[in-house]
Ligand binder design. Structure first.
Ligand code: V47
Ligand code: SF4
Length: 401
């Protein structure tokens, strides 16, 4: 049954709660839902209902198309002046022996190691340290562009920008314009966590607040540029905090239109100061993707970051509003492996990503960071897999008589 028929079938269900039916009507007619309705979806919407609504929206926007890209991460350092309670990755400066601090040359040689490879994006993000200041990042971006002008630089979050601009005594608009001039192409969605101060102050005290995070994205969008937004969920927040978070994003997007993708990030609890907090279930993760798709009616894409939630959950999420699963990664990020994600060395070949999407019944598209199509895999056939295992391996052993 197609997504539209499923939704009309759901609307004809006489047992469905009237308030949920009213939300389904709104979704069917493309009408925006309110904050109260968003909370109600979390509280009362069961998985099948939410999936039907979210998949209807996803297929109305994208059909079966499911996006991925070829990317790698550069993580300059895991030392950080901040002390976010959920972070398994960072080490405070006093624990310097336990961390890494990459030099400009090391990061450039990481970029050079992809020479001749069809990667399209370098995602640069890490801890916050005084030596990685505005001048350092401007030189890094320029040097990457000199070496490989076509490589898209998706780098740093308002957490770093707020810190380096303050240190350099420049305002956000001037600072972001200078970053653009140096070669920055887009901003990833990190550092958003949960915007509401009631939660933010408990888990991510001292770093940029919600207003500053949103202002930096706003000035970036005003320069005609794009960015993503994340939400770290499934810890001490309540449903209304999630909706409050999405509401602030939806309101800014109404003004600028610069966000491309919303990336819900499931809290992972290994080796951090919140290890006593249980992780959310897969059902909860799927509900969260679905509500995000329904609530954020002005965001083009919803991403499931496969490295964090496992390949199987990424496949499932494609039926719950998700249309993007991030990229190849090439084992270049430690943020989630250190926090307990299933993937200890996250890397997938293009073929594996394509097959993962196809096996979920969807149509794989390799995109660049701005969602321009690089390869449509609808009719691409891969060569048969070869095996290096000698044929003799398959022979039955000769039994001794
Ligand atoms: O801001 C840190 C999160 C983010 C944990 O824009 C954790 O395409 C869960 O923003 N459990 C950085 N999450 C990563 C990020 C990102 C990732 C993939 C794609 C994009 C994109 C952006 O990681 C941080 C923080 O919210 N994080 N520790 C943890 N224990
Ligand atoms: Fe530092 Fe980012 Fe970790 Fe917070 S989440 S401690 S800002 S690296």
């Amino acid at each position: 049954m197609d997504a539209g028929k499923k939704l009309t079938f759901l609307l004809s269900n006489i047992h469905l709660d009237n308030r949920l039916k009213a939300i389904a009507e709104k979704v069917y007619h493309g009408v925006r839902i309110s904050e109260e309705e968003g909370v109600l979806l979390f509280e009362k919407g069961e998985l099948g209902y939410l999936g039907t609504l979210a998949n209807f929206i996803r297929e109305r926007r994208h059909g079966d198309l499911t996006y991925f890209n070829r990317n790698f991460h550069i993580e300059p350092t895991n030392l950080c002046v901040y002390d976010c309670k959920f972070c398994s990755y960072s080490r405070l400066i006093k624990e310097r022996a336990d961390g890494w601090e990459a030099t400009m040359e090391e990061m450039l040689s990481q970029v050079q190691s992809y020479d001749g490879e069809p990667v399209t994006e370098a995602h640069i993000v890490g801890g916050v340290l005084p030596q990685y200041d505005m001048a350092f990042y401007m030189e890094l971006f320029s040097a990457i562009k000199r070496h490989r002008p076509d490589l898209h630089i998706k780098a740093l979050t308002p957490v770093e920008y707020h810190y380096i601009f303050k240190k350099a005594k420049v305002d956000y608009a001037t600072g972001m314009a200078m970053m653009k001039e140096a070669g920055l192409d887009s901003m990833p969605g990190g550092g958003a966590e949960i915007f509401h101060p009631e939660i933010r102050e408990q888990i991510a005290k001292d770093k940029c607040d919600a207003t500053q995070w949103l202002q930096i994205h706003e000035v970036w969008h005003q320069l005609g540029m794009h960015s993503n937004a994340t939400m770290l969920y499934g810890h001490i927040e309540q449903y209304w905090h999630r909706i409050d978070h999405m509401e602030r994003l939806r309101a800014l997007q109404d003004t600028t239109g610069g966000f491309q993708t919303f990336v819900p990030l499931k809290f992972r609890n290994k080796d951090n100061q919140m290890s006593h907090v249980a992780e959310s279930s897969v059902i909860e993760d799927l509900k969260n993707y679905a509500v995000s798709r329904i609530y954020l009616d002005n965001f083009p894409h919803i991403k499931a970051y496969w490295a964090m939630i496992s390949r199987e959950t990424a496949q499932l999420s494609l039926g719950f509003g998700v249309d993007d699963i991030d990229g190849t990664l090439d084992d270049t990020t430690k943020i989630y492996s250190m926090a307990g994600a299933e993937e200890q060395h996250p890397a997938m070949s293009t073929r594996e990503l394509v097959e993962l999407i196809r096996n979920a019944g969807r149509h794989p598209i390799e995109r660049d960071t701005l969602y321009r199509v690089i390869t449509d895999y609808r009719d691409v056939v891969f060569e048969e897999k070869t095996t290096s295992t000698p044929a003799a391996y398959y022979q039955l052993p000769v039994l001794n008589k």
